[in-house]
Design a protein around this ligand. Structure first.
Ligand code: GDD
Length: 329
């Protein structure tokens, strides 16, 4: 009997929400995981500690803008798979830091692909691509070939990275693919993002008489899903026989206002607490977007049927439970 080969995976951006859920998934599948962060601070491990898996991940500090560091790391571990989740991932921040966002989100991808091409061209590469790059869409749902009209520096950077991946696949026959993920949430989401901000602030402050929830444009629609299920699609994409890009989404959009109304109702909070703050509006924003997840379901066997209100029920429960634990400590 031959022993099962242990696969090695790099996860860049391991300290984020998706990094933690993907680490958990790969750990359950017996992968050797190399977690790559910009700074190896103890807070990079926070989300891995949530699942008590930090001791199973080898952490490496690497500046993805520095090709020599990337080359050395690839030579050191000879990974089978690279999941590139590292990015300046905030659309809002990208308007304030357009050059930093565009520089990092494009050059880091090029460095990783160059390292694969030069060192070991059978490494399978997953790129965290984004629905943001479709931007101003005139025909919904979005398909993988829908024309792009990016509306932010972040979206422009992700569109460029997306095409770099396609170009390396077509030019050098690399197993490189884009997972075009729409908004996806979880308890581990950073609180600078809309859904987590609404949940965390409301659970924490709802009994304070002077508290208000300040938000930007909430009369727009987005396609929201659940992160633990979305990382499964990332893994499935790298197990296929041939590399291909996929849209990963729920298939439906809902207004941000309806999310606030749902959360407030569940937590008995009056809508008088809602304040629209013009400073939180973006110079441009997508009005409505949802995608077609049929190819992911059919070709990858990806299973996703959650309605976002079901996801919200789950997230409200988790937020309440962790908030009461932290208040009791
Ligand atoms: N963050 C935030 N967003 C707000 C607020 N008020 C309204 N919004 C609106 O809420 C929507 C969602 O914003 P975010 O949760 O910040 O996420 P995002 O900009 O859509 O980007 C996320 O999803 C993309 C697609 O998967 C990712 O590519 C990106 O990295 C990020 O995870 C945006 O239209 C934003 O303008 C607020 O107070 N805070």
């Amino acid at each position: 009997m031959t022993a099962k080969k242990i696969k090695t995976a790099f996860i860049t951006g391991i300290s984020g929400q998706d990094g933690a859920y993907l680490s958990k998934l790969l750990h359950e599948k017996d992968y050797k995981i190399i977690g790559i962060t910009r700074n190896n601070h103890s807070d990079s491990l926070e989300k891995l500690k949530f699942f008590k898996i930090e001791q199973f991940v080898i952490m490496e500090e690497c500046d993805l803008l520095d090709i020599s560091s990337v080359l050395n790391l690839v030579k050191k571990y000879n990974p089978d798979e690279i999941y590139n989740l590292a990015a300046q991932s905030s659309v809002g921040l990208s308007f304030k830091q357009p050059i930093g966002t565009i520089n990092f989100n494009i050059i880091s991808v090029l460095n990783l692909l160059e390292a694969i091409r030069l060192v070991k061209n059978d490494i399978r590469f997953y790129q965290a691509s984004s629905s943001e790059m479709f931007g101003k869409v005139s025909n919904l749902p979005v398909h993988i070939n829908t024309p792009m009209h990016p509306l932010s520096p972040y979206a422009i950077s992700k569109a460029s990275a997306h095409w770099i991946v396609v170009n390396y696949r077509e030019s050098y026959s690399l197993f490189a693919c884009n997972g075009v993920l729409f908004n996806h949430e979880s308890y581990l989401r950073s609180n600078s993002f809309f859904v987590k901000k609404v949940l965390q602030e409301t659970v924490k402050n709802r009994d304070k008489s002077d508290w208000t929830l300040k938000v930007g444009n909430i009369d727009i629609k987005r396609d929201f899903g659940y992160s633990p299920n979305y990382v499964q699609a990332m893994w499935l994409m790298l197990q296929k026989n041939d590399p291909e890009d996929f849209i990963i989404c729920s298939g439906k959009s809902i207004t941000l206002r309806s999310i606030i109304e749902y959360v407030f109702k569940k937590l008995n909070v009056s809508l008088d607490r809602l304040v629209i703050d013009n400073d939180l509006m973006r110079p441009t924003d997508i009005e409505d977007i949802y995608g077609d997840n049929t190819p992911a379901k059919v070709k990858l066997g990806w299973d996703y049927n959650l309605d976002f209100y079901e996801v919200l029920d789950l997230l409200i429960e988790e937020e309440l439970s962790f908030f009461s634990k932290s208040s009791n400590n």
